[in-house]
Design a protein around this ligand. Structure first.
Ligand code: GSH
Length: 259
């Protein structure tokens, strides 16, 4: 493989963002030093013309390497694995590699989406306090290039009962899939730690932080064992550091919103 070592890596990210945490785990696992630029999501730092010029989706994270801009957390972590030296986070065998990528797609499609619902209902609603629905739609939904429709599915009071239930079902499905895979563990794709674990970790961490760990503690104990193994890795606290969890900076409320 062509290794292009470069001293110049900049990550635009947010402390709490699970997608940013994924990239920070991969950077730590690969031992890559980077310049950190914090984007203030609460104050719409990701919606400024300067930021939209590097990431037109108006989301974090964004990686800039040697002047090249790479967007989307899963694309970024594969890029880092391809370009930088350090332990490989994708297996060499194409079938095993496909298995890791299938995990990545599943984790993006199902729990990445699902955890946003409790994140809003339990932690972020404070941002919208005192807003009318019109104000909420105008100041929160309409301004977002990619997330407009997602924001339109909620109100200033968060997501309703149906969306909450869907999200709980999807998080439960995720943990049940993980439990099954971990029977051939210790890692999600088997013997070796991989990008599948990197993607899953911030999502499980977020669920635990929001007090939703009862989704797996009784029915899917291998998920808890895996989570403990994950947290014991020396890179974990580097990536998900003090202040990076919502419960440290936000009031955690009830899951059901009054819509
Ligand atoms: N597919 C993108 C999604 C990134 C994403 O949704 N980031 C969230 C934080 S985890 C964000 O920037 N949200 C901004 C918003 O809701 O306006 C990726 O994986 O990088």
């Amino acid at each position: 493989m062509d290794i292009k070592l470069s001293p110049k890596v900049t990550l635009y990210h947010a402390h709490h963002s699970t997608c940013s945490q994924k990239v920070r785990i991969a950077l730590a696992e690969k031992g890559i030093e980077f310049e950190s630029v914090i984007v203030d999501l609460a104050n719409k730092g990701h919606l400024t013309p300067e930021y939209l010029a590097i990431n037109p989706n108006g989301v974090v994270p964004t990686l800039v390497h040697n002047g090249a801009t790479i967007v989307d957390s899963s694309v970024i972590i594969e890029y880092l694995d391809e370009v930088f030296d350090g332990p490989s986070l994708l297996p060499a065998d194409p079938v095993a590699r496909a298995k890791v990528r299938a995990w990545m797609r599943f984790l993006e499609e199902v729990p990445t989406y699902a955890v946003r619902v409790p994140s809003f209902n339990k932690a972020f609603l404070g941002r919208f306090e005192g807003m009318s629905n019109d104000e909420f739609q105008e100041s929160q939904a309409d301004v977002r290039p990619l997330r407009k429709h997602f924001y339109r599915k909620m109100s200033e009071n968060g997501f309703g009962a149906e969306a909450v239930q869907e999200s709980l079902d999807q998080m439960t499905l995720t943990c049940s899939r993980m439990q099954k895979a971990l029977q051939d563990g210790p890692w999600l794709a088997g013997e070796d730690f991989s990008l599948a674990d990197v993607v899953a970790a911030p999502l499980i961490d977020r669920m635990a932080d929001l007090g939703l760990d009862d989704i797996w503690t009784t029915d899917f104990p291998l998920v808890e064992d895996w989570f403990q193994r994950m947290k014991a890795r020396p890179t974990y606290d580097i990536a998900i550091y003090a202040g990076a969890r919502l419960s440290e900076t936000h009031q955690i409320r009830e899951l059901a919103a009054k819509v």
